[in-house]
Design a protein. Structure first.
Length: 352
């Protein structure tokens, strides 16, 4: 694995990762809740990635709205000010409530505001009769953190946990954010022209998740559910044969495609890894596009799974792989690039 990547390349990777979050979200949003269809999504991508024809711009949802707040927080008040982040989340929500926020998380925002941010972790702890949210809302917005803390792994983990717990305190919600962040971090450390070896990539993730799993989780028998999901990813690669590709139904049955972090973060990692190579019956030459297109084809929580897939793929490949045609169809591209550049400047990698 390459470690010493130069700063021009790193800047492009920051942009790629943030654009991956945004574009997965914008392009996936029209398909949220769909059963999944290769053919319909293929047609949609061929149009969007082809010669420009005027069509309504694809709007971003809560995934991007919250990612923006994390990036802004790191840029304005590095290394981290969690109360400021809570305020940014709430401000953004009340500015534009109709961005598709999860039903539970809006209660957290209301309480944060009415309790005047006295204890920013209390409202999230009260969710779902005190169990906390296990939704993927923590993981979907995490991309600025592994970028900013690329050179400080312990600080990265601390920031992931403390920022996630403002809205998601269930072990599965928090560990989903950790897994998504370390997958982005691993992608960031790869050279764009090299491929991740799926075995090595997953083994590393399993090794790192060992530190966070093993304790008791209410209502769940498996004490290490994320490591089990990662092993299922390995199985999916192992059973794939040249004439018998793993079907979308098999992937969804094995890993899930729902709003729960446990059944969506591993799916995003699988989509990124599988889309490094051609996928039978899916036409896309570019691995960045292929990863997002494939994630959306699986249906379910398409915007969030595609946003998470795109974040990892973008961190690996960098902006050069992000098609200009596709950019034209998404809201907030220019602003997201500016945020990525500002984040790069204040990060360890920006050479400040
Ligand atoms: N017990 C029962 N149900 C739960 C629990 C729990 N402990 N935790 C979560 N749920 P939420 P998010 C269910 O509201 O994670 C948006 O489209 C419950 O049905 O915290 O921020 C985003 O873009 C709850 O309403 O939201 C994401 O794609 C739901 O999970 C997605 O929704 C979501 O949890 C999740 O966003
Ligand atoms: Mg979503």
């Amino acid at each position: 694995m390459a470690v010493l990547l130069d700063s021009v390349l790193m800047k492009a990777k920051f942009r790629g990762c943030m654009l991956g979050t945004l574009m997965g979200d914008c392009l996936g949003a029209p398909f949220e809740g769909d059963p999944g269809s290769r053919a319909i999504v293929q047609k949609y991508f061929d149009k969007i990635d082809g010669e420009y024809t005027k069509s309504p711009i694809k709007m971003y949802t809560d995934d991007t709205a919250m990612t923006k707040s994390i990036a802004k927080c790191l840029i304005d008040k590095p290394p981290f000010d969690y109360k400021y982040l809570a305020k940014l989340f709430v401000k953004e929500y009340f500015k534009e409530r109709r961005r598709g926020y999860g039903p539970g998380v809006t209660q957290v925002f209301n309480k944060l505001r009415s309790y005047k941010y006295e204890d920013i972790y209390k409202p999230a702890k009260e969710q779902f009769e005190g169990t906390g949210s296990y939704g993927n809302g923590g993981a979907m917005r995490i991309s600025p953190i592994p970028l900013f803390f690329a050179n400080n792994y312990d600080a990265l983990i601390e920031a992931v946990v403390k920022s996630t717990e403002i809205t998601h305190t269930h072990t599965l919600g928090v560990n989903g954010s950790i897994l998504q962040a370390i997958a982005i971090h691993q992608g960031l450390m790869l050279h764009p022209e090299e491929k991740a070896d799926y075995k090595v990539f997953i083994e590393k993730l399993i090794g790192k998740m060992k530190k966070f799993e093993g304790g008791e989780i209410k209502d769940i028998d498996d004490p290490s559910p994320y490591q089990s999901q990662l092993k299922r990813i390995q199985k999916l690669f192992e059973i794939e044969k040249p004439n018998e590709p793993v079907s979308d139904d098999e992937v969804v049955a094995c890993l899930g495609n729902s709003i729960s972090a446990l059944h969506s973060v591993p799916t995003a990692i699988y989509c990124y890894l599988r889309a490094q190579n051609d996928i039978p019956d899916l036409k896309a030459d570019n691995p960045f596009r292929r990863s997002i297109q494939y994630a959306i084809s699986l249906g379910g929580d398409t915007d969030t799974i595609a946003a998470m897939t795109g974040s990892i793929a973008g961190a690996h490949y960098g902006e050069r792989f992000v098609s200009e045609n596709m950019k034209k169809h998404c809201e907030f591209v220019k602003e997201m690039v500016e945020l990525a550049d500002d984040l790069f400047k204040v990060s360890d990698l920006g050479g400040k």
